[in-house]
Design a protein around this ligand. Structure first.
Ligand code: ADP
Ligand code: MG
Length: 664
C-alpha cells in the first residue's frame, strides 16, 4: 500500500537476530538472543523493557553496531550491516547513533566539554564550531557551569546529562540509551526522561532500554524482552508516520545515510590533533611513570652523543698532532738485529750520511731523560731534551723570547739552554725575561738563551712546555756522558711523497754502514698516529654500540608502558570507538603517544648529552660534537618509539568496541 508519504525501508529491521556468547576456548556457548524480529521506523520513541539478564544490553550493542550478531540479519535503512567493514561501521555509529550508556562511560581524564566533543573530533568538525556546539548542548542540559569539570567532579545525574550531550553532538539521529535512569535518584531520573521526551518530539529516534516498567511507559511504544525473546510489542507509534515525514530534519529516511568508509581530510587532521592533545595530557598525568620509562632512552641518546663526540675528539686531536709534527716525519733508533747479536750505535757519521740523502730535509738526533735541574736553592727533576738545532723547525714550534741555539753552537758544545714555557715559569717565577741567567743541569752550568712559545695540551702525551732544551752534542758531552748514540733520530722527509722513498734510502744507507746488518728500526709518524687514531675511534664506536643497546632497552620500556596504557585505557578505547573512532584513529592515537614519549626522551637525552659534553670540554677532555651523531641518536630514539609502540597500538586498535567497553 504505497502512498505519497511512503517512508521507504524502515530505519531498523531485525530478522531472526541471534547472539551467542562463548563457545570457544572452553567456555560453553550460551545463546542470549534467540531470534529477534523487530522493525523500528525513523522518529519512533521505543522502550525495550525486560528484567535483568534478559538480553537488553546485548540487543542494544547489536542495534548500535558495536557488536555483530551470531546469526540473522540486521538491515539499517535497507542496508545489510554485515556487509560493512570496520571503518564504515565506525562512520555509521558516528553519524547515525548517539549512545547513552548505563555507566555513563565518560573518559575520566577529559573535561565535560571535551567528552562531549569527542564524536565531533572523529567527524572532522572544526575546533571552534565543535566547542561552540558542545557548550550549547551542555548549557541546554543545565551544565553551563560545569564545562571544565572532570567526570569525577560531577554527580551521577550530571554525568548522565554529559553523556546525553555527547550522544547529540553529531546530531544523534538515533539515541540509544541503556538504563539511562538506572543509577539516578528519582528526581534526576524524571529530568532525564523529560529530556528524551523532548528529543522524541524534536524528531529524534529514541530507543530506550530499561528494566523499569514505569520508565518504559513514558515511551510511545513498549517492546518487552524476556530471556532473549520478544514477548510483547505495543505496536508502532502511529504519530511518527503523520507529523514526522521527510520534512523532519531528524526523522530522515533511508536515503540520507552514507555507507562508504571514506573520510574527509578534515576528520583525519582533527583526529591527529586530538591524538596529540590526549598524548600530551596522558604524559603529563603519568609524569613519574613516563620519566622512568624514558630513562633508558635518555641514557641511550646521551651516551651515544657523548661517546661519538669523544671518539671524534680523539681523532681530531691525532690529526692536529699530524699537523704540528707533519706527515713527513720518520723515526730511526738503534735496535738489536733480528739475526741476533748486539746493535752497533748510530754515530755522528751515520747522521751526516742520512742528512746527505736527497729525500731528506732535516735530521734531528734526540736524547731525553728526566734530570735534576737546579736554580738557586730549588731543584726539580725535569725532562732535558737534548737535540739538534733543527728542533723548532721539525716540531713547527716558535721561540717566544730570546733565540734558539745554532748548529755551530751545537758543534762547539756550547752550554746553552732554551726553556719550555712552563719550565721558565717554574725556575724563574719572578723573572719574565730570564735570558742570560744560569741553570744547573746535572752538574753543568747552562746559560738561558730563550723561552719557547706555549705549545698547549694538544701536542701529544708528553708535556713539551715543561721541558728544557739543550744542544745535542753539549748534552752528550756535559749531561748524558755515558750515552754514545741518540735515543732516537727524528728525520724529516722533503715532502709527504718522499716519506716512503726516504724510508727505503735510510734502510739502505744505514745497513750498508752497519756491515749489512739491520740493527735499527724505522717508524713512520703518520702511520703510527693514524693507527692510534683508528684504535681510539673503534673504541669509541664500540662504546657507542653499547649506548645503542641501551636505546633498544629504552624502546622495550616504551613498549611496556604503552601496553600498560592500552590495558588501563581499554574502556576509553571502547568509548572512542562507540562514538565513531575508526581503528586507524585508535592506532594513530597510541602511536602518537609512543612517539611523543620518545621525542621527549630524545630531546632530554640530547640536552644531557650536550651538558655532559660541555662538562668534559670544561675539564679539558678533547671532544667534538657531531651534528650527524646527535640527529642520528634522536632519530633512532623516535624510531624505537615507533617500532616498539606499534605492537601495543595495534593491539588497542584491534579491540572490539563492546569488548573494550565492558572491560574494567
Ligand atoms: P540485560 O542488559 O538485559 O541485563 P545483558 O544483555 O547484559 O542483559 O545480558 C544477557 C545475558 O547475556 C546475561 O545472562 C549475561 O550473563 C550474558 N552475557 C552478556 N554479555 C556476555 C559476554 N560478554 N559473555 C558471556 N555472556 C554474556
Ligand atoms: Mg544491561
Amino acid at each position: 500500500m504505497s502512498t505519497a508519504a511512503d517512508p521507504g525501508p524502515p530505519l531498523i529491521a531485525l530478522e531472526g537476530l541471534r547472539k551467542t556468547y562463548g563457545g570457544h576456548g572452553g567456555a560453553p556457548a550460551v545463546e542470549v538472543l534467540h531470534g529477534i524480529d523487530l522493525t523500528i521506523r525513523a522518529g519512533e520513541f521505543v522502550a525495550i523493557v525486560g528484567s535483568s539478564g534478559s538480553g537488553k544490553s546485548t540487543l542494544m550493542h547489536l542495534l548500535g553496531c558495536l557488536d555483530r550478531p551470531s546469526a540473522g540479519r540486521y538491515l539499517f535503512a535497507g542496508r545489510d550491516v554485515a556487509q560493512l567493514d570496520a571503518d564504515a561501521l565506525a562512520r555509521l555509529r558516528r553519524e547515525a547513533f548517539g549512545f547513552v550508556f548505563q555507566g555513563y562511560h565518560l573518559i575520566p581524564t577529559e573535561s565535560a566539554q571535551e567528552n562531549v566533543e569527542v564524536p565531533a573530533v572523529y567527524a572532522g568538525t572544526p575546533g571552534p564550531q565543535r566547542a561552540a556546539r558542545a557548550r550549547a548542548l551542555l548549557a541546554r542540559l543545565g551544565l553551563a557551569e560545569r564545562l571544565d569539570h572532570r567526570p569525577h567532579q560531577l554527580s551521577g545525574g550530571q554525568q548522565q546529562r554529559v553523556s546525553i550531550a555527547r550522544a547529540l553532538m553529531n546530531g544523534g539521529r538515533i539515541v540509544l540509551a541503556d538504563e539511562p535512569t538506572g543509577a539516578l535518584d528519582s528526581a534526576s531520573g524524571r529530568e532525564v526522561m523529560a529530556l528524551f521526551d523532548e528529543l522524541a518530539d524534536a524528531g529524534h529516534t529514541v530507543i530506550l532500554i530499561t528494566h523499569d516498567r514505569e520508565v518504559a511507559q513514558r515511551a510511545r511504544r513498549v517492546i518487552e524482552l524476556r530471556d532473549g525473546r520478544i514477548v510483547g510489542d505495543s505496536g508502532a507509534d502511529a504519530r511518527c508516520f503523520q507529523a514526522k515525514s521527510a520534512s523532519s530534519a531528524h526523522g530522515a529516511g533511508a536515503s540520507s545515510y552514507e555507507f562508504d568508509s571514506s573520510e574527509s581530510p578534515d576528520a583525519t587532521r582533527g583526529a591527529l590533533r586530538e591524538a596529540l592533545r590526549t598524548a600530551w595530557r596522558t604524559m603529563c598525568l603519568h609524569r613519574v611513570r613516563t620519566a622512568l620509562t624514558l630513562l633508558g632512552i635518555v641514557i641511550g641518546v646521551a651516551s651515544v652523543i657523548v661517546m661519538l663526540a669523544v671518539g671524534e675528539g680523539a681523532r681530531q686531536r691525532v690529526v692536529a698532532q699530524l699537523g704540528t709534527m707533519g706527515t713527513t716525519i720518520l723515526y730511526v733508533s738503534s735496535r738489536p738485529p733480528p739475526t741476533g747479536g748486539a746493535a752497533s750505535p748510530i754515530t755522528e757519521d751515520d747522521l751526516a750520511a742520512l742528512a746527505a740523502l736527497p729525500e731528506i730535509r732535516r735530521v734531528l738526533p734526540v736524547i731525553g731523560d728526566p734530570i735534576t735541574v737546579r736554580r738557586g736553592g730549588a731543584d726539580r727533576s725535569t725532562y732535558v731534551f737534548a737535540a739538534g738545532s733543527e728542533m723548532p723547525a721539525v716540531h713547527r714550534w716558535a721561540v717566544a723570547r730570546g733565540r734558539y741555539f745554532t748548529d755551530v753552537e751545537d758543534r762547539e758544545l756550547a752550554p746553552l739552554v732554551v726553556l719550555g714555557h712552563k719550565a721558565a715559569a717554574h725556575f724563574f717565577p719572578d723573572d719574565p725575561e730570564p735570558i742570560g741567567l744560569q741553570l744547573l743541569i746535572g752538574n753543568s752550568q747552562f746559560e738561558v738563551i730563550g723561552v719557547m712559545a706555549e705549545r698547549g695540551a694538544d701536542s701529544g702525551a708528553q708535556d713539551y712546555d715543561d721541558m728544557v732544551f739543550i744542544p745535542y752534542r753539549a748534552g752528550r758531552a756535559r749531561v748524558y756522558q755515558v750515552q754514545v748514540q741518540p735515543d732516537y733520530v727524528v728525520i724529516e722527509a722533503r715532502t709527504a711523497a718522499d716519506v716512503l722513498p726516504a724510508e727505503a734510502a735510510i734502510r739502505r744507507t744505514l745497513a750498508a754502514r752497519h756491515g749489512g746488518r739491520e740493527d735499527f728500526g724505522i717508524g713512520n709518524a703518520g702511520a703510527r698516529l693514524q693507527a692510534e687514531a683508528e684504535t681510539r675511534r673503534s673504541m669509541a664506536l664500540m662504546l657507542g654500540l653499547v649506548a645503542a643497546v641501551s636505546l633498544v632497552v629504552g624502546g622495550i620500556g616504551v613498549m611496556n608502558v604503552m601496553l600498560m596504557a592500552v590495558r588501563e585505557r581499554t574502556r576509553e578505547i571502547g568509548i572512542r570507538m562507540a562514538t565513531g573512532a575508526r581503528r586507524s584513529d585508535i592506532l594513530r592515537q597510541f602511536m602518537v603517544e609512543a612517539v611523543l614519549v620518545t621525542l621527549t626522551g630524545g630531546a632530554v637525552g640530547v640536552a644531557i648529552g650536550l651538558a655532559v659534553g660541555g662538562a668534559l670540554i670544561a675539564s679539558k677532555v678533547p671532544i667534538v660534537f657531531s651534528l650527524t651523531a646527535i640527529a642520528g641518536a634522536f632519530v633512532c630514539a623516535v624510531a624505537t618509539g615507533l617500532v616498539f609502540g606499534f605492537m601495543p597500538a595495534r593491539q588497542a586498535a584491534a579491540l572490539d568496541p563492546v569488548v573494550a567497553l565492558s572491560s574494567e
